[in-house]
Write a protein that binds this ligand. Sequence first.
Ligand SMILES: [Zn+2]
Length: 251
Amino acid sequence: MTDPKVYLLDGGTLVIDESDVHWHINAGNPVRFPVYSVLVEHRDALILYDTGFDLDHVNAVLPFELPLQTPEQTIPAQLAACGFSPDDVDIVVNSHFHFDHVGGNKHITKAATLVHKEELRHAKVPEPFERLGYSDLSFDHADVTYRPISGDYEIVPGVWLFETPGHTIGHYSLLVELENDRSMLFCGDAAYTRTTLEKEWIAGFHLDPTKSVEAIRRLNYLARTRDADIYPSHELASFQEWKLAPHYYGG
Ligand SMILES: [Zn+2]
């Protein structure tokens, strides 16, 4: 059996304080971090997990995050580098609806958008401290077709979403099973860094700190029992070790 191809799409970088990367740790130290998306070319569907940030939105609403994104780092350009157009994507699934994970959804109008039903509701009516996180609602365009889900969910054979709430109410991490290579577990913002996973240091941005810790433990458990490598969401040092599109894992 041929494994799916897994492409990591570079979406540029942002800056936050280290105490937001790891809650209460090293306040006053700005950290630049990567934003990336995952394209899974499976025999049954072309699946895009997360779509990065929209540069105009961040410049307008969160300019203090000092966005850097070249034209080559946009979703349409990254898909083109892999030989695809936005219309080729069958399923978009966002780990959660924060602005740095949904910015490219608006380019992909033919796909179904898989979303945890609680995440969709919460994005529309966030708590006061979540408003900046949920500030880019451009994913909610007129042509969008939502497929609301809950619980753990197998999208196509061997491509799984696992519930990892805490950072947000309906957060999903992605597991891609590979037979001829190490399986790949994409944490989303349930784990920004390897330190998150090793020390159970949650991010400063979260809805529920206790659930955030449980999500980290679940990711470590999944990696161990599914024999998967873990890919945290926002750490430059680990990102720089990975193969980026148009290169791919699996296949
Ligand atoms: Zn994020």
